[in-house]
Design a binder for this molecule. Structure first.
Ligand SMILES: NC(=O)c1ccc[n+]([C@@H]2O[C@H](COP(=O)([O-])OP(=O)(O)OC[C@H]3O[C@@H](n4cnc5c(N)ncnc54)[C@H](O)[C@@H]3O)[C@@H](O)[C@H]2O)c1
Length: 437
């Protein structure tokens, strides 16, 4: 055991700023409010419900994570955010149709009090959306300055000690890093020149990181994962995480795939399809936004199966991902996976998975956990990419030159070992002496 890391206490209020107050954001906010009132338990939240084993298995030390590391109390969280629509959080939650009126009506006053700040938005990056609550500015730098002013006003008005920002906005079009993303100086020039390579989400990310506010991206679009913003994060001591929350089909994929690989079973094909009827589904119906999601969803299998190391088993996997917008289902997504596998003597077998899930119900605890852990990271003096939070993301941000870790169980071990490291506890490698004594 060492002394661990100095972590500033979680005193005072934590402002959680959500960019995009749609289905995921309002379900997160309503959930936290319901839990605070004792109407619900934080199911699905590792930070709130999870435990962490310390020492040897025979030591019987398994405190709750939230008692082991100093996380902000749910009672100390204040929510705020931006949206292109003027609906307050209660109205937006009604529109999203995720939660029942019976619950929302008990939270109506508190939820209605959260009104969206006007957004930085450009239809070029999200073709299927348009709304009235949008800022005007002479260039993108001016828009970034307006966001910084919003952030400071929010902090002051709500007497927050600390802030975190999570992008819960719509998926923007597929973009790859451009020249203006390569350094902070080029990015700031690009803001002045309103370079089209700088998407709305990046203007928010810039504003947050400039203010030293931890930034996480819950969607797949290119956001803070560019050299310019890495540089800024180093300067301002800001933790970064993302991207694209691992909620439904990909969660199951990253549970099943490591199991097949562990037993050296081959995979010939993996066909994944979804139907989804919420606004996210509508945005993803646009081919340019879908491309962003598709790229994010497809990468996990390659990294888990490592076809370059196991060509006999995984070289020619035919991996297809489809999302179809189907309004009658609303937020209740249905995913089908057909997996063509092969075993001893190449005999083929099939696995079929039909997941009838609820998108925002799976996403909300991730937004909460990421906000709590990013705040912890900041208080622990961490900056830059937080790989230990890969557990929550489909397309985990990772240091240059490293490959991202997708296996859910390795990700969980990484997360918990980081917490042990923070507190100076021995890391658990599952090679403890008790196996051999
Ligand atoms: N629910 C899940 O399981 C899940 C999983 C992974 C990722 N995501 C991603 O999370 C994001 C949110 O999903 P959702 O279901 O809440 O979608 P949603 O459409 O209900 O909400 C998104 C909100 O963002 C707003 N918005 C868009 N651009 C904005 C901007 N520039 N500034 C401010 N607001 C903006 C929209 O008006 C909308 O209200 C999507 O990008 C989605 O792909 C969701």
């Amino acid at each position: 055991m060492t002394n661990g890391i100095d972590i500033a206490p979680a005193k005072g209020k934590l402002g959680v700023l959500l960019v995009g107050l749609g289905a995921v954001a309002t379900t997160t906010i309503a959930g936290v409010m319901a839990i605070r009132k004792g109407l619900a338990k934080p199911i699905g939240s590792l930070a709130e419900m999870g435990t962490i084993r310390l020492g040897k298995r025979t030591d019987n030390r398994s405190p709750k994570i939230r008692e082991f590391v100093p996380l902000a109390e749910l009672n100390d969280i204040v929510f705020g955010g931006w949206d292109i629509f003027e609906d307050n959080v209660y109205e937006s939650a009604k529109h999203a149709g995720v939660l029942e009126d019976k619950l929302l009506d008990q939270l109506k006053d508190e939820m209605s009090a959260i009104k969206p700040m006007s957004a930085v938005f450009d239809r070029h990056y999200v073709k299927r959306l348009d709304g009235p609550n949008v800022k005007k500015g002479k260039n993108k730098k001016d828009l970034a300055d307006q966001l910084i002013a919003d952030i400071r006003n929010f902090k002051k008005a709500n007497k927050c000690d600390r802030l975190v920002m999570v992008w819960t906005g719509s998926t923007e079009i597929y973009m790859t890093p451009a020249a203006c993303h390569q350094s902070l100086a080029a990015f700031e020039k690009g803001l002045e020149a309103s370079d089209p390579a700088i998407a709305s989400s990046q203007i928010y990310a810039y504003a947050a990181i400039k203010e030293g506010i931890p930034h996480a991206n819950a969607a797949p679009n290119l956001s803070a994962d560019i050299p310019a913003l890495f540089e800024l994060a180093q300067q301002t001591g800001t933790p970064l995480a993302g991207s694209d929350m691992k909620t439904g089909q990909t969660l199951i994929k990253t549970v099943i795939a490591p199991g097949l690989k562990a037993r050296m079973l081959g995979v010939a094909g993996w066909y994944s399809t979804n139907i989804l009827g919420n606004r996210d589904g509508e945005v993803l119906d646009d081919p340019e936004s879908f491309k962003t999601k598709e790229e994010s969803k497809k990468s996990a299998l390659d990294y888990i199966f490592q076809p370059h190391i196991y060509p006999d088993l995984y070289k020619d996997i035919s991996h297809v991902v489809r999302i179809n917008y189907y309004p009658p289902r609303g937020d209740n997504k249905e995913g089908w996976d057909n997996i063509d596998i092969f075993g001893w003597l190449n005999y083929p077998m099939q696995l079929k998975i039909n997941f009838l899930c609820r998108d925002s119900i799976l996403a909300a605890p991730i937004v909460l956990d990421v906000a709590l852990f990013m705040d912890l990271a900041k208080r622990a003096g961490y900056k830059g990419i937080q790989e230990w939070l890969s557990f929550y993301f489909k397309n985990p941000m990772h240091a240059e030159g490293l490959y991202p870790e997708h296996d859910l169980f390795i990700q969980l071990m990484k997360l918990k070992n980081n917490l042990r490291h923070m507190r100076g506890e021995e890391l658990i490698t599952h090679l403890g002496r008790e196996y051999y004594d």
